[in-house]
Every structure is written in structure tokens, then in C-alpha cells.
Design a protein around this ligand. Structure first.
Ligand code: PL3
Ligand code: FE2
Ligand code: FE2
Length: 231
């Protein structure tokens, strides 16, 4: 008996796997599409960083194509209606903030929350992915650290004026992330990704980001657990 095997072999061709993958794959494709549009909108709002933001947007579009290929490789059609609904609250909040010219809120939603969510998900997916998807995801996650870094650097440079808006935006948007995690828990489990690990990795990346931006430990604890128990 193989004693070192921690989880049974995944069958990437089974109907159960492919059914869960049709939603998870769609979520990731939609997430990359949202990110692509969000960086384009940010480029219009931040004249000084326009070129850099357009570069980030292009990367997101490549990520989307990569994950579309992962779905095709497993012969899965992504359930995009499900994924659009999954992202609708964050989408709405980003659009509202953008319409009000709230750069800080937009950066928190896209460059901190969505990127940390992606980094956690991709890092947990890599060891349990099929070979094709693993190579794609490894390339993608490297880029996501750059995107997170863009948000960190800008918010750090503007910390004093951004602080109150960041706390406010965190309060409005972090509970949405916990709800999203609950919605994906069952499907993620089929792919051998556990919710506890996703929460833990998200908390680590998000907490480190808040620390780099200038928040102290007490503030980070309060902010990163916001809405967690109510989720
Ligand atoms: C930003 O560059 C990308 C945004 C994507 C967000 C993805 C969130 C995914 C959460 C679902 C957990 C399963 C991940 C599986 C990876 C293929
Ligand atoms: Fe991406
Ligand atoms: Fe990204």
C-alpha cells in the first residue's frame, strides 16, 4: 500500500472532476477578464501609471487565454454565466468606485483583494493540477505577484491620504471574498483544494500586503478578519 499518498489519485477525466472544473475554470477565466478590464479602467484614472497599467491589463488577457486552454485541454466548457454571477458583487463595487473616481478603492479591490485571492488559489492549485494546467498556472502566478506589488507600492506612497478609504473599502469588500470562498468550497474540494488552505494563503498574502503598505499589526488583524465569522 502506498503509505506516502496523501490524497487518492485525481481522475481529471471523470465526470465529477469535469463538472466541478466547468465552474472553477469559468471563475478563473472571468476573474482574469475582470482584471483585464479593471486595469484598463485604472489606466484611464491614473495618468502617471497609464503605460504600466496597460501592460498589466495585457498580461491579464494572456492569463485568460491560458486558462481557456486549460479547459479545452480537459474537454470542459466553462460555465461563464455562473462565473459572472460569482464576480458580480466585486464587479459592481469596482464600477461604483471607478465612477466616483475612487482610485484607492479600485486598487484595493483589484490589486490587493483579487490578486491575493488569485495568488492563494493558484498556489494551492499548482500541486494538484494536471500537467498542462500546472505549467500555465506557474507562469501566471509569477505575474500576479507583480500586480499585487503595483498596488502595494502606490498605496504605500500614498498611505496617509489613502488610509481611511482603504479601511472603508476593506470593510465593504472583504466579506464578499469570504462569501465567494464559501460558494466555491465544494467544487474546489473536488479538485483537491481545501477551503482552509485557501483562507490561510489569502490571509498571509493580504496581511503581508497591508503590512507593506504601512498598517500595523493590530490594524491588519482587525482588517483581515473583517466579515470572516459572518461568512
Ligand atoms: C487576477 O489576475 C486574476 C483573478 C482570478 C481570481 C481567481 C479566484 C479563484 C478562486 C477559486 C479557487 C479555485 C482556483 C483554481 C485555479 C485554477
Ligand atoms: Fe491574472
Ligand atoms: Fe493579476
Amino acid at each position: 500500500m502506498p503509505q506516502l499518498e496523501l490524497s487518492p489519485e485525481l481522475d481529471f477525466q471523470s465526470e465529477t472532476y469535469k463538472d466541478a472544473y466547468s465552474r472553477i475554470n469559468a471563475i478563473v477565466i472571468e476573474g482574469e477578464q475582470e482584471a483585464y478590464e479593471n486595469y484598463q479602467q485604472l489606466a484611464d484614472m491614473m495618468a502617471d501609471s497609464k503605460d504600466e497599467l496597460l501592460k498589466l491589463a495585457k498580461m491579464e488577457n494572456r492569463h485568460k487565454k491560458g486558462f481557456q486552454a486549460c479547459g479545452r485541454n480537459l474537454d470542459v466548457s466553462p460555465d461563464m454565466d455562473f462565473a459572472k454571477e460569482f464576480f458580480s458583487s466585486l464587479h459592481q463595487n469596482f464600477q461604483t468606485a471607478a465612477a466616483e473616481g475612487k482610485i484607492v478603492t479600485c486598487l484595493l479591490i483589484q490589486s490587493l483583494i483579487i490578486e491575493c485571492f488569485a495568488i492563494a488559489a493558484y498556489n494551492i492549485y499548482i500541486p494538484v493540477a494536471d500537467d498542462f494546467a500546472r505549467k500555465i498556472t506557474e507562469g501566471v502566478v509569477k505575474d500576479e505577484y507583480l500586480h499585487l506589488n503595483f498596488g502595494e507600492e502606490w498605496l504605500k506612497a500614498n498611505f496617509e491620504t489613502a488610509k481611511a478609504e482603504l479601511e472603508d473599502a476593506n470593510r465593504q469588500n472583504l466579506p464578499i471574498v469570504w462569501r465567494m470562498l464559501n460558494q466555491v468550497e465544494t467544487d474546489a474540494h473536488v479538485l483537491a483544494m481545501e477551503k482552509e488552505a485557501l483562507v490561510e494563503d489569502f490571509m498571509i498574502s493580504y496581511g503581508e500586503a497591508l503590512n507593506n503598505i504601512g498598517f500595523n499589526t493590530r490594524e491588519i488583524m482587525r482588517m483581515s478578519a473583517y466579515g470572516l465569522t459572518a461568512a
